[in-house]
Design a protein around this ligand. Sequence first.
Ligand SMILES: [Zn+2]
Length: 72
Amino acid sequence: MIIFFGTRQVVRDDTRPGGGMQQCPRCGQYALLKPRTARTFIHIFWIPIIPLGQPEPILECQNCHSRFVARV
Ligand SMILES: [Zn+2]
């Protein structure tokens, strides 16, 4: 039997304030940068099992879907 495991990043929507219409550093467009939270999990068969580290606040560009670490 082959067991697939490793790490993957799970990204969730976040209700914290922030983001909004900003110029995206990647695509240069004024787009909605949406606050989200990324957390790395150890997965087994792609099912997240064990969280690694702390959730990281990120912003996701709704134009090019790039993700950036949110600066405070
Ligand atoms: Zn963008």
